[in-house]
Write a protein that binds this ligand. Structure first.
Ligand code: DGJ
Length: 701
């Protein structure tokens, strides 16, 4: 709901439990008023009427108070908007008008800079059933043909302002390849804390998300938490500024540097990604559940449907693949109850190793003499869906595509082309490249009965040049828009096909890609113990419904050689969208039989896991950890014990989200427990030794 007050210059957005207010002063300054629990319009007007404290000498009266910070004038904080025309840099804007679109729950505030002839619109959206505020910014060159272009050096999506408190703690998700989404919380000190990626993709190093709690007072289930998350799959930046007077502002948008996003010609416009914000009084867990609910309702396509159990060939066969071997794996997978069989890298072109074939998206005739059709048919006959791996944005120099079009890759004329994993990046900003990829992928999906596409991206941008283009910097944003456009077009043309976002594991996980894909590959690290920490971090923002997790071989082949039981591996991977990635041809009959039971159990609990409310009962930190899911009268607990010490029994795990007055039957033990007992005394897991794990199902009786 959006209300207008203050004589027309104050707006109050109200969501499920929270509110957000801003106002336009008589001097046409757009100031932040409130972000937190629900307020009445009268409360917001009271805030607007409060006299402002005079600024300290040398400080600006605007800094820390504005809804969106343009460059220039009395401002010393990081600008959200930095633009220039040949003679003038920065912005002096004037308010043009407001539009409240009640149907879309959207508030639009329009400004203009008459010197640059630039229209600037700030967008806000808050739905009645959510506490997420979506914010984004659009720019439009409103000049006439012949007017100079407006060079956009930086255009953040939004600036978030936190209330004055004694201090703040910052939570972030950091990592690298095979070690993504690791949660760290630390006190916020004065200055700027900058997270981001200058790599062309979201990156393994940081998820575009921050969470702040005042005075470090929030716990998993109590206290105020502010979160901000960006929906952009290219280079990005979130800057958390702890200002001299103790205020905190958080700016975020596309691009890492302030050195140039794009150049707008008269009539052209730019829409920033969405930078979403959330206030929750429910601690870190409450904030996560709110983010999850919003993504399932508003972001992830078709999120009401659960995802199938998949098999992926990568860890089993690497590049060394062929049709008979894939058929053998498919038969074993089907016997386990797998529902989707995915052939990973190596099915196309001359791709027998990572040095050749990327770009040539036709089946390798030696490996698949009849194309992919016969294998797909067998997979379908076995009752499974059929999926393939692609990496469309890349090319190996050793490929027919590169030999035909060396000019299609990002490069600077006369400079070496840096290779990572023997590959170069195609310039998706070019319409001819996009059209070629569309034809290839559309042909692939039309030519064989493919139900699922794993879309990978295995290197960062390095030589992001675009010879002949007047403003090559726009390549960075245009690449992402090109990717989004391709995915949108493919989804529209092949609505039955599901897509997985992968980037060497979790290098491209953000709200932007999640609005176009059905799930993401969380990490190339499939060690079930490391995964607990990765999944704990991932769940801070994203729901289990999109988090792919595979059971692979023991000892772990990818990373560390750790041995773990099938039980531990399954219970770890069952916390998300279960997959199997081991070499099933080497699994014993006993292992296959056990795996069949685990898959059957997962199918029973997956609706609760994938679509339920998630409670992180105990974080993985060396001992006992547990995560719980609640949906209606059903609940599932996944418990993991890393190591038992001194023979001590792990403590009971206190459950959440149950009705204390109700009784719950535990399917595993047959015992009936009072909800109040499970909530207060807790659940005895009985786990012991090293790397033990268990699943507990509860049903309200
Ligand atoms: C990186 C992915 O994360 C892996 O799962 C696999 O698909 C390889 N690429 C294939 O090259």
């Amino acid at each position: 709901m959006i209300e207008t007050g203050g004589g027309g210059g104050l707006w109050l957005l109200t969501g499920r439990t929270s509110g957000y207010a801003l106002h336009l002063t008589d001097r046409a300054e757009l100031l932040h008023l409130h972000w937190g629990p629900r307020l009445t319009l009268a409360d917001a007007e009271e805030l607007a009427a409060e006299p402002q404290r005079p600024p300290w000498p040398f400080e600006s009266p605007l800094d820390g108070r504005e809804e969106y910070v343009v460059e220039g004038g009395p401002r010393f904080v990081r600008p959200a908007l930095s633009v220039r025309t040949p003679d003038v840099r920065g912005t002096q804007w004037r308010f043009e008008g407001v539009r409240v679109d009640a149907d879309a729950d959207e508030l639009r505030l329009r400004f203009t800079d008459p010197v640059h002839r630039l229209g600037i619109t700030l967008h806000y959206r808050m739905r009645d059933d959510s506490d997420v505020v979506e914010r984004w910014t659009t720019l439009r060159h409103e000049g006439a043909p012949g007017d100079p272009h407006v060079e956009v050096l930086r255009a953040d999506a939004a600036v978030w302002t936190l209330p004055a408190r004694d201090g703040w703690r910052l939570g972030q998700l950091h990592g690298r390849w095979a070690a993504e989404s690791r949660l760290v919380r630390s006190p916020l000190t004065p200055g700027d804390k900058v997270l981001g990626s200058r790599r062309g993709h979201t990156g393994h190093q940081h998820l575009p998300w921050v969470a702040l709690d005042a005075e470090g007072a929030a716990t998993e289930e109590s206290g105020e938490v502010y979160g901000c998350a960006l929906g952009w799959s290219g280079s990005w930046r979130i800057a958390v500024q702890h200002l001299p007077d103790g205020g905190v502002q958080i700016g975020g948008g596309a691009g890492y540097d302030d050195s140039g996003l794009l150049s707008l010609a008269p009539g052209e416009s730019y829409t920033s990604p969405v930078f979403a914000g959330l206030w929750s009084a429910g601690g870190f867990g409450g904030a996560s559940r709110e983010w999850h609910a919003w993504q399932l309702a508003r972001v992830v396509p078709d999120a009401g449907r659960t995802r199938p159990v998949l098999f992926n060939s990568w860890e089993a066969t690497g590049f060394d693949i062929g049709e008979p071997q894939q058929r053998a794996l498919a038969r074993r997978a089907a016997a386990l109850g797998v529902e989707l069989f995915v052939v990973d890298d190596g099915w196309f072109g001359a791709r027998t190793h990572d040095g050749a074939g990327l770009g040539d998206w036709t089946p390798n005739p030696d490996r698949f003499p009849g194309g992919l059709g016969p294998l797909a048919d067998e997979v379908h006959a076995l009752g499974m869906e059929f999926g393939i791996w692609v990496e469309p944005e890349m090319v190996n120099p050793d490929s027919a595509l590169y030999r035909a079009h060396p000019e299609w890759v990002q490069h600077h004329p006369g400079r070496a082309r840096t290779e990572f994993r023997n590959q170069l990046v195609l310039n998706l900003a070019r319409p001819d490249v996009r059209e070629h990829l569309w034809e290839q992928l559309d042909g692939l999906l039309s030519g064989a009965p493919v139900d699922y596409v794993k879309w990978d991206f295995n290197r960062c941008f390095t030589d992001a040049g675009w010879p002949g283009e007047a403003y090559p910097a726009r390549l960075w944003t245009a690449h992402v828009h090109g990717l989004y456009g391709l995915l949108d077009r493919l989804r529209a043309a092949h609505p039955r096909v599901a897509f997985e976002s992968c980037s060497g594991g979790g290098g491209r996980i953000d709200l932007g890609i999640l609005s176009r894909t059905d799930q993401v590959w969380t990490s190339d690290n499939t060690d079930p113990l490391d995964r607990l920490a990765i999944q704990h971090g991932f769940s801070q923002l994203h729901p289990a419904r999109v988090m792919a997790a595979w059971v692979t071989d023991s000892p772990n082949t990818q990373l560390n050689g750790r041995r773990s039981s099938l039980r531990f591996r399954f219970v770890s991977a069952m916390a998300g969208v279960l997959g199997i990635g081991g070499d099933l041809t080497r699994w014993s009959e006993a292992e296959l039989a056990e795996a069949r039971d685990w898959v059957a159990l997962y199918k029973e609990i997956r609706e609760v896991v994938q679509l339920g409310a998630q409670y992180r009962l105990r974080a993985p930190s060396g001992g006992l950890s547990a995560v719980q899911y609640v949906r209606g009268g059903e609940s599932v607990v996944l418990a993991h014990l890393q190591a038992q010490h001194h023979g001590e029994r792990p403590p009971p795990v206190r459950l959440r989200g149950l009705d204390p007055a109700a009784a719950y039957r535990c399917e595993e033990t047959g015992a009936v427990h009072g909800g109040a007992v499970l909530l207060h005394r807790g659940l005895e897991t009985g786990l012991r030794g090293d790397l033990d794990a268990a699943v507990f199902r509860f049903r309200r009786v």
